[in-house]
Design a protein around this ligand. Sequence first.
Ligand SMILES: *[C@@H]1O[C@H](CO)[C@@H](O)[C@H](O)[C@H]1NC(C)=O
Ligand SMILES: *[C@@H]1O[C@H](CO)[C@@H](O)[C@H](O)[C@H]1NC(C)=O
Ligand SMILES: *[C@@H]1O[C@H](CO)[C@@H](O)[C@H](O)[C@H]1NC(C)=O
Ligand SMILES: *[C@@H]1O[C@H](CO)[C@@H](O)[C@H](O)[C@H]1NC(C)=O
Length: 325
Amino acid sequence: MRNHLVSFALATAAALYLPSGANAARPCGGSNGGSFQYRLGDVRYDGPDPSKNNDLATIAASLQGSNGTPLYECVGQWPEAWAGWYQGESNIIWADCIYTGAGAGPDNTVSFAVDWDNKTMYLAHTFACSDATGSHGLATGSITLDVNCTTADDSSHCVPKTTDSGTRPNLSIATVLVPGSENTAPTCVDTSKEYQSWRVEEWQRSFKMEPGASPIDPKLSEDTGPSFTLKSSANGNTFNCSPSEGEDGAFVGNCTSSEGTSTTADFRFDPSLNMLEISEHWACEDAPSLDVVGVGYVQAACERVFNSDKFICSSAPVWIGTGVV
Ligand SMILES: *[C@@H]1O[C@H](CO)[C@@H](O)[C@H](O)[C@H]1NC(C)=O
Ligand SMILES: *[C@@H]1O[C@H](CO)[C@@H](O)[C@H](O)[C@H]1NC(C)=O
Ligand SMILES: *[C@@H]1O[C@H](CO)[C@@H](O)[C@H](O)[C@H]1NC(C)=O
Ligand SMILES: *[C@@H]1O[C@H](CO)[C@@H](O)[C@H](O)[C@H]1NC(C)=O
């Protein structure tokens, strides 16, 4: 299965070049609007691989369309002791689910997070509202998994328990529209009370890696750190983010906004774990100020420039939330 994970990471990198999400849309209102469902295909947790000596746990899940075809591959990775929470504390780690279907999927972004202590998987997806041009919806849901864990050769893995008749369980995650998320221009006071999340877009990073270096233990040089745009899903504020300095092997930077926004944002990216921490500070005139923090596992896809030791990384838009949904 480890090999399987590697091969599907490669497959998903290739899939990034497919036109994805171009016409992604779902109904946000109407009689049966606002509630959705994703079936779960394979779900698997792998404890740290003793041969890699990196203490990283990996969680992978595939999401299927209503006809059972695989649509998204979700993979997240963090130090095992964190159990899905950034540094083991109060921010859950969101990770991208990569679209692998044909054509355009129904969503613009799909992200998931896992609270491994109680085996709860959270899902959040964003889409254009097919019934309200210009609006975008956010729908969220969760499932608690009943897993069967086994350990062999010093490595452990867990999969959902089989049914009494020995077949794979029929698992799905139901999601519902987050009320208000489809508003395009709410006021500062309204949005500061809403669930806060962002879209990270136009991710760019480059570095050099010695020829022959192992991707598992790469020795990188001339790492630029990430530059990206950050779009608040709550009010559409857009920031440009790029690192201004290094800090203990991580990249930190402030995000600038050309609009007169009432919020400021900054970020920290740890390249050894691919962890992006985003902070946004809200200062509305007529409401108490608010600090929100979200964490994403942003792996991106890195490609070697032809005949060069330089790699360029990019990513489809990634949705990052602020805590469980
Ligand atoms: C799992 O734990 C989190 C907090 O750690 C809690 O918010 C959530 O409700 C729990 N979920 C279940 C299904 O127990
Ligand atoms: C748990 O895993 C073991 C070993 O893979 C398997 O034999 C057993 O049937 C599984 N039990 C359930 C309930 O999934
Ligand atoms: C699986 O669950 C979904 C949602 O609950 C249901 O619509 C579907 O009929 C179930 N399929 C099977 C084979 O039980
Ligand atoms: C970000 O801006 C704040 C306030 O202007 C400043 O104190 C801080 O040093 C800046 N951080 C970086 C990494 O540039």
